[in-house]
Design a protein around this ligand. Structure first.
Ligand SMILES: Cc1cc2nc3c(=O)[nH]c(=O)nc-3n(C[C@H](O)[C@H](O)[C@H](O)COP(=O)(O)O)c2cc1C
Length: 295
């Protein structure tokens, strides 16, 4: 980030280092800086035709006869315990192309709507994108934006010494090359019109950003967990924050709505798989009664 800010002073220098034209570098920087300074969204979008409606059954678990047992099958929800689910919830970045059943999508969205939020404001909204042509359009923007930011922000990712960071960024790079291999995108949005006292009356300025975005993130985490329970893999990516102006025109969301993150979902394609995650231990992050006292 700091390297990017330094480069921002000179699109020409940035362009030299990024192997893009100065205009492209400037466009990428403007996106990044606009986001950093003002947030995304705002006055720039216009309405386009909305996505087709999802036939939501309202069922959370479908145990009706003939229910198939394969990934995305809602009947499998009952088979995993909550701790099994959360301890094996890995970021999945490689996907099989087969579509996710509508019932599974409904179950995932339903889980999102169960999240907590300040004053039960529920300021989230979700746009489900299954249409391959729309996904391809979004993927093209995703690739372009990633290619604009990756070098200035991360440098040469293949030269990163820390092996796990290098592998993570290489996986992120591969994802960006073909994010629409995922058969399903869910855009998780913040709807400022639902925020009450947490936003100015003109809906332009968030007075409590952490609460507003936090609520949407609670919904996102619920959706990730539900997807995992259904054996649907997912990655959530905030790169879409930099794409809001362009994506708004494709998805047609109004001015008071902004993308918080995009989930790309699909059945994991080997070698991607669910499994244990690497996290700092509780002993390192937990404190007992006072900061610094071991738990
Ligand atoms: C706010 C947020 C933004 C993220 N953005 C991206 C992203 O842009 N691209 C990506 O590939 N992964 C992204 N991720 C996924 C993280 O890289 C992933 O959660 C982390 O590396 C842990 O991976 P694991 O659960 O497989 O151990 C994001 C996660 C969060 C919570």
């Amino acid at each position: 980030m700091s390297r990017f800010l330094v480069l921002y002073r000179s699109p020409v220098t940035a362009a030299e280092q990024m192997d893009v034209t100065p205009e492209q570098a400037k466009a990428g920087m403007d996106l990044w800086m606009g986001w950093a300074q003002h947030g995304v969204g705002g006055r720039r979008g216009h309405l386009a035709e909305g996505p087709p409606a999802l036939p939501l059954s309202g069922r959370v678990i479908d145990r009706s006869p003939g229910v198939r047992h394969h990934p995305g099958d809602v009947a499998r929800v009952a088979e995993l315990g909550v701790f099994d689910v959360l301890h094996s919830l890995r970021a999945i970045r490689e996907f099989e192309p087969d579509p996710i059943p509508d019932d599974a999508i409904a179950t995932i969205l339903e889980a999102g709507t169960r999240a907590p939020s300040p004053q039960n404001s529920q300021p989230w909204a979700f746009i489900v994108v299954r249409d391959p042509a729309t996904r391809a359009q979004i993927a093209e923007i995703y690739r372009r934006v990633w290619n604009l930011v990756k070098e200035p922000v991360y440098g040469d990712i293949d030269a990163i010494e820390d092996r796990s960071q290098r592998r993570l960024l290489q996986a992120t790079d591969r994802l960006a090359a073909a994010v629409d291999e995922a058969p399903l995108f869910i855009f998780a949005m913040l709807d400022r019109s639902k925020l009450g006292v947490m936003v100015t009356p003109d809906l332009q300025t968030l007075l409590e950003p952490s609460s507003a975005y936090g609520a949407v993130w609670a919904a996102i985490e619920n959706m990730l967990l539900a997807a995992r329970a259904l054996e649907v893999g997912a990655i959530t990516t905030n790169l879409t924050r930099l794409m809001d102006t362009e994506v708004r025109q494709i998805l047609g969301y109004p001015e008071h709505v902004e993308t918080v993150s995009m989930l790309a979902l699909g059945r994991p394609r080997a070698p991607a798989r669910f499994g244990p995650t690497t996290r700092r231990p509780v002993g390192e992050v937990g404190h007992s009664e006072r900061w610094g006292r071991p738990i």
